[in-house]
Structures are given as C-alpha cells and as structure tokens.
Design a protein around this ligand. Sequence first.
Ligand code: F6P
Length: 535
Amino acid sequence: MFDALKSLDAAAQGRTIVDLFNADPDRAQGFSIRAEDLLFDYSKTTIGAPEREALIALLDTSGVAAKRDAMFSGEKINVTEGRAVLHTALRNLDGDPVLVDGKDVMPGIKQTLARMDDFADRVRRGDISGVGGEPFTDVVNIGIGGSDLGPLMAYVALQPYADGPRCHYVSNVDGAHIADVLSGLNPLTTLVIVASKTFTTIETMTNAQTARAWMLPKVGQEGVSKHFCALSTAKDKTADFGIDPDLVFGFEDWVGGRYSLWGPIGLSIMLAVGPQRFAEFLRGAQAMDTHFKTAPWAQNLPAMLALVGLWHNQVQGHATRAVLPYEQRLARLPAYFQQLEMESNGKSVAMDGTSLPFNSGPVVWGEPGTNGQHAFYQLIHQGTRVIPCEFMVGRSGHEPNLAHQHELLVSNCLAQSEALMRGRSLEEATEIMRKKGFEGAELDRQARHRVFPGNRPSTTLAYEKLTPFVLGQIIALYEHRVFVEGVVLGINSYDQWGVELGKELALALQPVLAGDKDGADKDGSTRMLVDFLKV
Ligand code: F6P
C-alpha cells in the first residue's frame, strides 16, 4: 500500500524542506489549508506535489469517502462490536435525521440535550441544590478514559468561559486521587457525577462508592440521591447504584467512550461554562463535520492532517509524533489525544482479521510550549530520531493586558518550527564559536556540539482564539483525522480489545494480593512482586 510513496520518499533523499521552499516561493500557500477559524500549515514537511498526489490517491483506493458517508449515516462500521459510530449525531443539531436500525436517533439526542441544558441552568442558578439548600459550588466528575480525559481537557481549555461551579476530576483507582480531591470539599455543596458509559469500570465504581461513603454522614441516606447524578448507557446499573432516574443522562452504545464528550459525558463542561457555550462547542464540531464531508481532499483539513500523519509514520517510519500546543489551557490536550489516537488506531489486525503488513498508529505525546522547550526539545532538535511535531497556536489569548506575553509565546512557537527545518550547519556553528574565541581542534569540537541537523518536519495549526467554537473544531478535526488514518490502514478505529487482558488479570490478582488465593499459577516475576507488595 505504501510502496509507491516509499519509492517517492527514497527518490527525494537529499532534497530538504528548505530546498522545497527555494524551488517554490509560494509553497506556504500551496501546502496549507484555511478552514473556518483554522489555518493548517504543512509546508514544513518533505511533502511535495507528487507526494501529495500519491497520498490523496490512497484516500480513493481505501474508499474513505464512502466510509465517511457510511459513518455519518449510521451504518454499523464498528464491525467487531456490531455498532454504528455516531458521535457526530450528538452535534448534528440542525441536520438531517440519522437512522440506526431504521430509527431516527436525533429526537432522543435533542431531548437529552434539552434535559442537560435545563439541569445545568438550574444548578448554575442555585435552583437545584444540595440537601441543606445551599447551591452546589463544586462538581466532582468521577470517570476514567473517555469519561474523564475529554471533559477535563475541555474544562481546562475553556477556563475563561467558566462561570459555574468549580469542577474536579477523579479518575485513578489510586485512593490518593479521590482523597486529595475530596479533602478540600464540603459534601453539602458538592455534586458528584458518576460518568461511565458501561457503569462497570472498576476504577469509576470504586471511586463512586468512596465518594458516597464520604458524603453519607453529612447528607444522610436520603440526601445522597440529591447529590449524585450519572452519565451512562446502562440505566439498570445506575438504578442499582441508587441514582435517581431523573438524574441519569443516558446515551447509546454508538457513542464510543473516547468520542463521548459531545453528549452527557460533557455535562461537567456544560455546568462550568453554561449551555450556550456548550452549544457553541458543538457548533464548532458541527462546522468541522460539514467541512470534512464537503471539502475536496486537497483542501480537506482532516484528510490532509491524516495524510501527513501517514506520510511520517507509515511511509517515513517515524514512530512517534509530538503534539505541542502553545496554549497553556490545552495542557491536557496531548493526554486526550493519546487516548483518541492510540486507543483508536493502536491495532495490529485489519478488519478482516489478517495481520497488518505495516505499522499501525503512532505513539502520541506532548506538552504545552514553551514548557516543553525547557524539557525535551533538546532531543527533538539534536537527538538521533526524527520526531514530527504538531504545533498549535492562537492569534490571541484571553488576557489583553498580557498581550506582550502572548507575542513571546507565538514567537517561540514559530521559532521552533523554523529551527527544526533550517537547523544550523557545521560552518555556521564554527563561525559562531570562532567569534567566541575558540580555535583549532577545540573550535571544531565545540562547533560540532552546536550543529542542528535541520530538515525536521513539523506542522502548525493556527487558530483565531481558543473559544468554545474553535475548541469544538479542533477536537472534531482530530477525530476525523483518526477516522481517515484508520480507514487507510484498514483497521477498526472504534473498538479497544487491547485494554481487556490487563483488566482480567488485575481482577484475578486482587485476591492473590489480599491473601485469599495463592498465586501458584503466576510467573516467577509476578510471584516475587506479589510477595514484596502484599501488605
Ligand atoms: O478501558 C478502556 C475504556 O473502555 C475506554 O475505552 C473508556 O473510555 C474507558 O474505559 C471508560 O469506560 P466507561 O466510560 O465505560 O467507564
């Protein structure tokens, strides 16, 4: 599948990104896309016109357009679980009906959204309160994976718009997490959201029990039901937990966990910023959906972002990519993308069960700039491995009185991609060190340490300002990027069987650690560690 592209890449060895700019002064315009409030610049990669043409051909041979339309129209493209993939329906607020098994799902989605709006409004106004009549000042979202990473990421990202109760997120089964969060809170003014698609996830159910035990002495058995709500597909299980059915916001199994922040799982975001801003967030995603469905491939942002990813990983063999938002409020975006990309496309079996003949999705990692510059950029600039970088930066921040800091932020972001591309030659480094007074063998030695190989690829996603609308666009962009990469690779991006084995073994090990069962069937290493760690 990637052979033709690999040949193109091999034939272009020795031609640098700087060469491409020298040959085509308008390269930046030709290798960038403007869509809505976004500008995606992929000109600082080694992709030229023939490479782009061959990459776009991949979309056609893989049938991406037909599969995209199948996804949006509710076909069961998640074949290993027999489910539709319809997170896009959650933001299809003024679109056509979407049918699953012949039934339009839009009325149900709109009804749930209206209930969320009403609930959020009333909590924010103080009309819904705790048992003591005091308004809820704090919300604790208990969830993990997709029931945590998306809401937490968006809550942090949208802080300038947060005028509702403070939100806190508990995910880890490590008791330290919930202990630290609850220690600063008053049960009488705290609303607990138990967020779990399945309502079986051990971490979430354990933390939910801990939160209930914490709350009980202060609010009493009756009161607990006023302080707990649930977000789940499993109404029977929320009832078993004792959650008032009026406080359950349900969704369907065709919303994947890591794609679920657009619906009930996003309730904490809505409580924080209000229903109107949450609707703007949905509208941003909807705008990206429309763009993805209608823009020709060469101008299609998710498609080109995906093709750049495939070029770097499957064609050039770069196993990781760094996500580097120059936006402190996107601090949790890399973690969110880790689940979105790695749980979706970290598979080694194709749809038909055969082994993938090429690498699956890349390792995704990152931190906000400029912090990362003072931590791991050394390796990105001078290490022996090439790490394609995905920079993100906004034209303006939310702090007009700190515009000078924003300028510094932007200049750092642009400087990094420039430095990665240009590098610094031995001649240039030698000249610099000569001016500092070095000479002879010491000059050469000192200069060599200051050489930057350059020709290191990066993309930049620039946006106007991190509003709810823009955040919605960015998240939907990456969702669709994952979809396109998954289709080209021929894998199912919507299951996650790879998380199951560890869960099963953890359940089997717990009684061994508790001393209720011997671990004779375990390997020597596990037995030794159990012996050491057992209390
Ligand atoms: O273990 C992985 C996973 O199933 C994720 O896909 C999901 O986002 C997370 O666990 C949490 O699942 P749930 O929302 O059902 O608690």
